[in-house]
Design a protein around this ligand. Sequence first.
Ligand code: NDP
Length: 250
Amino acid sequence: MVDAPALHRTAIVTGGSRGIGREIVLSLLRSGTEVWYLSRSEGTPADALCETAGVPLGMAHWVGCDMGNAESVEQALDTVLAQTKRVDILVNNAGITRDGLIMRMKDEAWEEVLRVNLTGAFLTCRKLSRIMASQRSGSIVNISSVVGIMGNGGQTNYAASKAGLIGFSKSLARELSGRSVRVNVVAPGFIETDMTDVLPDAVKDGLKTQIPLGRIGTAREVADAVAFFTSDAASYITGQVLAIDGGMAM
Ligand code: NDP
């Protein structure tokens, strides 16, 4: 007997140009999913991502988007929706830091981090939840951080945005559950990307001592958790927060 062809899945990933987002795009491509990734720069060209993932060219698409600008988000999503009516997976991964102690934190540093990390996810979820609800299926994964669970001095803005994403996701999971749309959160710990590259070696070494598994994580390890949440293996899982942190936040 010939197996029925797998359902053609489509995904939107914010911030797929590098780091964790790029690995999420690659992992979704490898699972046979067509992916649109939204970021300000393309990073690795979409065709090169297809080659790396070993899938046909045309499975990955880049759409320029500034997640901190509501008009840009709206336009980018319209561009995707003009090419696909179906959206099975949404991963809100785009995120920034503007660290500083609260006594010296400028309004802009507070507002920009909240706008990109939290409002950006609100905007994509608001628009795409309508489509997923009418499909009566869909999986949303929001990328938070262990900092949103544990807090971190010098990151009040970032922690507020990442903790906000957790409450937002649990509420959305409850709102959309009746339509079989699942919403989950992945909370990475200390992962090797451009975001953490800027930290001085002494800070990195200090952080490693707080990680029970004793090492920095990889973007691939975070992408694997996203792949799980978006797969059928997680069909009975919604409203959960999974820390990929080497045990840091237990
Ligand atoms: P990187 O800085 O390596 O990459 C960030 C990604 O977000 C890039 O693709 C970038 O694309 C995109 N991005 C940033 N600002 C915007 C914007 N305004 N509009 C659209 N896209 C944007 O970060 P990581 O890969 O390390 O982080 C990915 C996610 O994981 C973030 O949400 C981060 O908070 C979270 N995280 C990371 C941890 C780590 O240790 N690395 C730990 C915990 C959580 P471009 O610049 O092209 O726009």
